[in-house]
Design a protein. Sequence first.
Lengths: 100, 166
Amino acid sequence: MIPVSYYLILSAILFGLGVVGFLTKRNLITIFMSIELMLNAVNLAFVAFAYTWQVLSGHIFVFFVIVVAAAEAAVGLAIIIVIFRTRGSLNVERIDLLKW
Amino acid sequence: MTAEALLFFLFAGLAVVGALNMVVQRHPIHSALSLILVMVSLAVLYLLLGAEFIAAIQVIVYAGAIMVLFVFVIMLLNAGEEERTNWSRLARYLGLPVAVTLLLEMGWLLYRTWPGETFVEADRFVGRTAAIGHLLFKDYVLPFELTSVLILVAILGAVVLAKREL
């Protein structure tokens, strides 16, 4: 028998690792994957809370999060392809047009 | 230790190891494969929490469709190892502290506001697909229809962005 709080702690750990990846990685695709990891951590928290209060709305929210993540992945990866085509690199430190 | 506890600790451990590996690896394809491991482990945890439908779409949509897209783009761009550059000062001084602060904050909130412990038992609460369908097409029908518009716009945007010239 596992308390629900264990699931929430796991969710917090995964979210923290996603933040670390997002802030420390230099590759655009890996940064994007860190965002997906954070979304997954939030989904786990939603499902755990849905279990705690025995309501299905949490599952519906996870469903919508997954739909939005799919749309975001399609558009984001298209943007990454365009950036690679114009700048020839995926390193975020080379993408500095707006920096002065 | 019951079978459920064993499953939880096995797949929670796998998820954490996969996430750590994703952050540590330098090659994007290794990170992507680690992320797939995390997602599949999370699908098992969803099943333990009685979210059958969510577990299925986690595997089909996340581990299946989205990660295939990622791996495909990594292949397409022939992305090599991450270059070793000096970390930006912001990332060096802000990265770990921000993550640790967030983690502590979440832990503290959980500790303070937890309204008594609920234990996860099998079959106490199951999110059947039929029940989710009823809810989705009655209470949440407007957001559901809006997501179809969102996906249509996303498809158009992806095509317009990725195509060289229309």
